[in-house]
Design a protein around this ligand. Structure first.
Ligand code: ATP
Ligand code: MG
Ligand code: FE
Length: 345
């Protein structure tokens, strides 16, 4: 079965074809980062318009790369939410319009389920059950995952997401948008002893997070320098920030594994691309004989492959989950635990 995936929840347009027998056939992505950069963040209206411009050329490219005809597609999966309403509507209308024209069934996918299952696209996929840390631009959640659609929330951020903390702290250091990768690179040159930043909720008895205080602590240190902050100061602050956030994320993952008595940890979402986080997680897990799984770097941030894959996983268990019903709706807000497991016929 060949599933077309369409992702347009934020500032990436992603198209992909996943074959349940042959795996990922092709995928194409356009990131709008350059377009939003001058505004310091995503401008929703510009995002929607750009998805409209990109979707069909990317679809054509994906079909050509996979050497597949549109008529060979068996089902179309699209991101139904959460995300920016206008951006989601573009992907949903492209998917449903194609479905109607080609007489193919369509299926709405939860964007976070896409992220969550993306490590299963890797060459050595984890087995269920596992603990998942979802660290993206909009979410920071620890989950127990027993199967497709079987997600139990163990803890989550009470305020900013980890990616948001990276981006906001980078902005305070004048590193541009999105700042996650930039602050991570800068931290490499920082002196770890120069500054100590707080580790929010490190010793709380639960698996929740809080990152807005960390961002405020960065602001306080930056302000102390007034305007004459040099590159080495920036690197030192970046290092202190990365050390603090990584320590909290790693500690909470280890607590979640201990509490659930599971041995496998899966990382998903954009911050999962972070080098310092991966190194620290690998070291902590090796010490305790846990296994850690990551998505391929290119599938950490938003992409169509994870949506095609999540669609294929659901359809494998519930073939009638995709329907020839083309009156679409989107869900800009959609808690993951409202999602139901596929119901086998
Ligand atoms: P959500 O999926 O919650 O709706 P999103 O789709 O915007 O949010 P992703 O695309 O998964 O989030 O990830 C983007 C985030 O990942 C940004 O905040 C970005 O700064 C961060 N990020 C990407 N690469 C790195 C990196 N190497 N180090 C730290 N952060 C990173
Ligand atoms: Mg993005
Ligand atoms: Fe995302």
């Amino acid at each position: 079965m060949i599933v077309l995936g369409v992702e347009s929840s934020c500032d990436e347009t992603g198209l992909a074809l996943y074959d349940t027998e042959r795996g990922l056939l092709a995928h194409a992505l356009h990131s709008q980062i350059a377009m939003h950069q001058e505004y310091g963040g995503v401008v929703p209206e510009l995002a929607s318009r750009d998805h409209i411009r990109r979707a069909i050329p990317l679809l054509k490219q994906t079909l050509a790369d996979a050497a597949v005809s549109a008529h060979d597609i068996d089902a179309i999966a699209y991101t139904q939410g959460p995300g920016l309403a206008g951006a989601l509507l573009v992907g949903a209308s492209v998917a449903c319009g194609l479905g109607l024209a080609l007489d193919k069934p369509v299926l709405g996918i939860h964007h976070l389920e896409g992220h969550l299952l993306s490590p299963l696209l890797a060459s050595k996929p984890p087995q269920f059950p596992f603990v998942a840390l979802l660290v993206s631009g909009g979410h920071t959640q620890l989950m127990r995952v027993d199967g497709v659609g079987q997600y139990e929330l163990l803890g989550e951020t009470l305020d900013d997401a980890a990616g948001e903390a990276f981006d906001k702290s980078a902005k305070l250091l004048g590193l541009g948008y999105p700042g996650g990768p930039a602050i991570s690179r800068m931290a490499e040159f920082g002196d770890p002893a120069a500054y100590q930043l707080p580790r929010p909720m490190l010793h709380s008895k639960n698996l929740d997070f809080s990152f807005s205080g960390l961002k405020t602590a960065v602001l306080t240190v930056v302000k102390r320098h007034n305007t004459n902050i040099c590159e080495q100061d920036k690197a030192n602050i970046a290092r202190a920030f990365v050390d603090a956030i990584v320590e909290v994320l790693v500690a909470k993952c280890m607590s979640a594994l201990k509490e659930t008595r599971l041995k496998r940890l899966v990382i998903a979402g954009g911050v999962g691309a972070n080098r310092q986080l991966r190194e620290a997680l690998n070291a902590a897990a090796a010490k305790r004989r846990y296994e850690v799984f990551y998505p391929e770097l290119q599938f950490c941030t938003d992409n169509g492959a994870m949506i095609a894959f999540a669609g294929a996983m659901r359809l494998r268990e519930q073939p009638d989950a995709a329907k020839r019903e083309y009156g679409f709706s989107v869900r800009p807000r959609w808690p993951l635990d409202e999602l139901r497991a596929p119901q086998a016929a």
